[in-house]
Ligand binder design. Sequence first.
Ligand SMILES: [Zn+2]
Length: 315
Amino acid sequence: MGKYCIGIDVGGTTVKLGIFEQTGTLLRKWEIPTRTEHNGCNILTDVAISIRRTLEEMGIHFNEVGGAGMGVPGPVARNGFVPRCVNLGWGACYPARDLSLMLDGLPVLCANDANIAALGEMWQGGGKGYDDIVMITLGTGVGGGVVVDQKIIAGRHGLAGEIGHTHARDDETEYCNCGSRGCLEQVASATGIVREAKRFLDSSGDESVLRDIEESRLTAKDVIDAAKAGDGLAMEVVECVGYYLGRALAQLALTIDPEIFVIGGGVSRAGQFLIDIIQKYYEEYETLSEDRPLIGLARLGNDAGIYGAARMVLD
Ligand SMILES: [Zn+2]
């Protein structure tokens, strides 16, 4: 086992990379564009070239590197098989094996990007010091990752941690991206919060500072900021979001019972204000024990993926 490890987080527009000491110190991070054209056939080659160049610049030899971990935006089977990855243009493939061949046989592991983000937060972020964490990322969608005994739980079908598509609401009329209706993501993502706010604005006659913002420009941040400033209608929206999140967390607590829930993604910038609202409903629905999992905030932001990818190598 070498002294260093490499984290790679392949996204639809950029690939984030990081060189870490195995103690968890990030030595260098950088990004390269994700070339998704031609079924994404250049992505791994670009990654391999970029890693070779960077290691050379840093004066690090391959035999000092224990391995590389890679997160991809889609399901990954336990053996590293990716059935397809729509955002990258990939069909069925074994990206870790392919990248390893391009890097002189360096050990490479691959996992789903939301799952590695959870592992990253466990290693050096909001879940540091805990072995069992559930991370929920509130971004454009709602992602999730489950880590038990410091290991990602990917599940037998790659479904574990897909918290955003657990059912939240029976009376939802619109369809979610996944094809279902009433998913948590439809109400608790940044997109969902905006949609929820528009529904409240349409159905209520109440005054609200949100009415001063052009509908097409309204953001989740506007809604949360207005709620923080005491706007009644915005507060109703945030209460609604907090209700569904709190209830989802209670169900997860009663299924997985982690030490801590870590809330990340753009919406989590709402901070303790949002956590307090989630906590209120969470306690309402988890009444078996007062000794329940903590709810905290993620700390690594967009770097969670590279941290978690690098951490995968250490097992
Ligand atoms: Zn869904």
